[in-house]
Design a protein around this ligand. Structure first.
Ligand SMILES: [Zn+2]
Length: 74
């Protein structure tokens, strides 16, 4: 009769916690930072001469966020 390698205790095993190094987090931090900058651009500067998308649709969709964050609008 073979014996299992699992411990005989009935309580669930607590996983070992290892700290995440800065080297592992850095690419995700850069990615998140770029996403935040793109969002900031679309909320704050996507209008008029700096507009990437023609028309007023992007501006109208983000208009309340623009006022909430204090960007100049109208
Ligand atoms: Zn406005």
């Amino acid at each position: 009769m073979a014996q299992s390698a699992a411990p005989a205790t009935s309580s669930p095993a607590i996983p070992e916690v290892t700290p995440i190094s800065l080297k592992e987090i850095a690419p995700w931090a850069v990615f998140g930072g770029i996403l935040m900058l793109v969002l900031l651009y679309f909320v704050g500067a996507e209008q008029g001469a700096t507009s990437l998308v023609s028309g007023e649709n992007v501006h109208e969709w983000l208009h309340d966020g623009r006022h909430l964050l204090g960007f100049p609008c109208h």
